[in-house]
Design a protein around this ligand. Structure first.
Ligand code: URA
Length: 299
């Protein structure tokens, strides 16, 4: 094992659960087996942090930016085509609606999402998938949109990608429903798992914006190009967005691959692991910065 790899494994606290097989080491377990200790290769992470306090995200902010490009569902790489779409000016009615959503508490927001008929997805969904987890979590994960299993069960990431996601979370000491909040950009399944449309993102983004404002996470992990582009209002590729610290509503954002993409591109799990190392290190810096702000000056 190279010293670089051992450093990363040590940083992830993964040493005891990793086993060697066929001269390779797995940064993340495969979803179907779902067991730590399976095999693949690993790389290194970089840190670049900017401190923020929880209060910085306390107030609802301006409506979320509308995605300017709609990548393929579940893609995480720079090979997916980018289709820039000119942003439309919101009507007065939609500004009013967005303003109302930005003032909602959890109860009102959940009710608004479950009764939402703002776009055509309301007619094709089985049910909305609001998101869930620790509503005061430091970590927030943002995916794209529910798939068929999520649409059936009303919960985010419950299919194969969800199993991989759980294992990724486990690798950085996060447990669904315990210390992380998971949401999607869209709350309804696009039929046939087609790409979300720009108007669907525009109608749904205020819900996600309010979830972020209510959770006040220290760090958002945007999973996949679609989530990253919707949050950051960019059409940049995953390759261009990974390894940097971005901001959404004053909250730090790190971009990584979508679990669906990783299931189809196993070698890129090493890069996802780098992203997790980077995210974990960034979270430590953010917490340290908050603690040092809270410290009393020496007498
Ligand atoms: N993919 C997503 O982006 N979100 C889900 O909830 C499930 C699959």
């Amino acid at each position: 094992m190279t010293s670089r790899r051992s450093r990363l494994i040590e940083e992830m606290g993964l040493g005891p659960v990793w086993v060697l097989r066929d001269n390779a080491v797995s940064p993340l377990p495969d979803a179907p087996g779902g067991v730590h200790g399976e095999t693949a290769d690993a790389g290194a992470g970089k840190a670049e942090t900017r401190p923020m306090t929880r209060n910085a995200a306390a107030q609802p902010r301006a409506a979320a930016p509308t995605a300017r490009a709609m990548p393929e569902r579940g893609t995480g790489d720079s090979r997916a085509p980018s289709r820039p779409i000119a942003p439309e000016l919101p009507s007065l009615a939609s500004q009013e609606r967005d303003g109302q959503i930005a003032r909602m508490d959890w109860t009102a927001l959940k009710a608004a999402v479950s009764g939402c008929a703002s776009c055509g997805l309301a007619t094709t969904r089985t049910q909305t998938v609001f998101g869930g987890g620790d509503e005061l979590a430091d970590w927030m994960l943002v995916g794209e949109a529910p798939g068929s299993e999520e649409d059936m069960r009303g919960e985010p990431f419950v299919g194969q990608a969800g199993k991989l996601l759980d294992n990724m979370l486990f690798a950085i000491d996060l447990v669904r429903d315990k210390n992380v909040y998971i949401a999607n950009v869209l709350k309804c399944r696009p039929p046939g798992n087609r790409n979300p449309m720009p108007d669907e993102v525009a109608r749904c983004s205020p819900h996600l914006a309010r979830q972020v404002a209510l959770v006040q996470p220290k760090l958002i992990l945007a999973m996949g190009r679609f989530a990253a582009q919707a949050l950051l209002g960019t059409d940049a590729s995953i390759a261009g967005l990974r390894g940097k610290l971005h901001q959404y509503q004053g909250v730090s954002v790190i971009v990584t691959y979508h679990p669906d993409y990783l299931l189809r591109n196993l070698p890129d799990k090493a890069k996802a692991w780098e992203d997790l190392v980077f995210a974990r290190r960034t979270m430590a810096s953010l917490k340290a910065a908050v603690e040092s702000v809270g410290e009393k000056p020496a007498a």
